[in-house]
Design a protein around this ligand. Structure first.
Ligand code: GRF
Length: 202
């Protein structure tokens, strides 16, 4: 199966996928990495792994719709079975969502629907929750509101700093991403309203 990964940052989730894809029985190829900015670690990781990359910056387009359209065209050219947003900091619009219905997923560093947005771990810590975690979901037009595919919990420990919790979540998040993407592409998945089921193997 073919995936395109979108990112804006260091790309540790991308790296986990690159490492998994190196195992033959994982059965997935990362056919391209797309970004909304230059000079990020995620693009370096892609180059090192010889994965084609493209960068579309919003400010280089007439408006957001034109950027959205360009992203849809760039990704479509690689004919992905699944598009994975992993630390991609832009919301894609209607044109993109319509090009990949139910096939554009995002990984987020909180247990949604709690703590959507940019500061999941800090907000979890401030709220005093005892359990935090990561969510993989199907993107819709909202911010971190789409149908949930998988969630993994980690404990919040006494004395945790934001960095401690952020790192603990990221370890669980990477493992979940690799597992769920592999399962989805091997077995397929169904979406009914907000409920997603990965079909079972065998
Ligand atoms: C992830 O924890 C993601 O949930 C959050 O940003 C992080 C991206 O990390 N939005 P990386 O670029 O994959 O290292």
């Amino acid at each position: 199966s073919r995936i395109v990964v979108l990112l804006s940052g260091s790309g540790s989730n991308l790296q986990a996928l690159i490492d998994a894809c190196a195992e033959e029985d994982y059965g997935v190829d990362i056919v391209a990495v797309g970004a909304d900015r230059d000079g990020i670690g995620g693009l370096d990781r892609a180059h090192k792994a010889n994965i084609p990359t493209f960068v579309h910056r919003v400010r280089d387009f007439a408006d957001r719709e034109a950027w959205d359209q360009a992203m849809a065209e760039a990704v479509s050219a690689y004919r992905p079975d699944l598009v994975v947003s992993a630390g991609f900091l832009k919301l894609l619009g209607k044109r993109f969502l319509e090009a990949f219905p139910g096939r554009y997923v995002n990984t987020h560093n909180s247990l949604l629907p709690a703590f959507p947005g940019m500061n999941g771990p800090a907000e979890a810590l401030a709220a005093g929750v005892k359990v935090a975690g990561a969510t993989l979901f199907i993107c819709d037009a909202g911010v971190d509101t789409g149908p949930i595919i998988a969630q993994t919990t980690v404990p919040v420990l006494d004395g945790d700093t934001v960095d401690d919790l952020t790192e603990r979540i990221k370890v669980a998040e990477r493992r979940q991403l690799v597992q769920a993407v592999g399962d989805m592409l091997r077995h397929g998945w169904d979406v009914e309203g907000k409920r997603v089921t990965i079909r079972s193997g065998s």
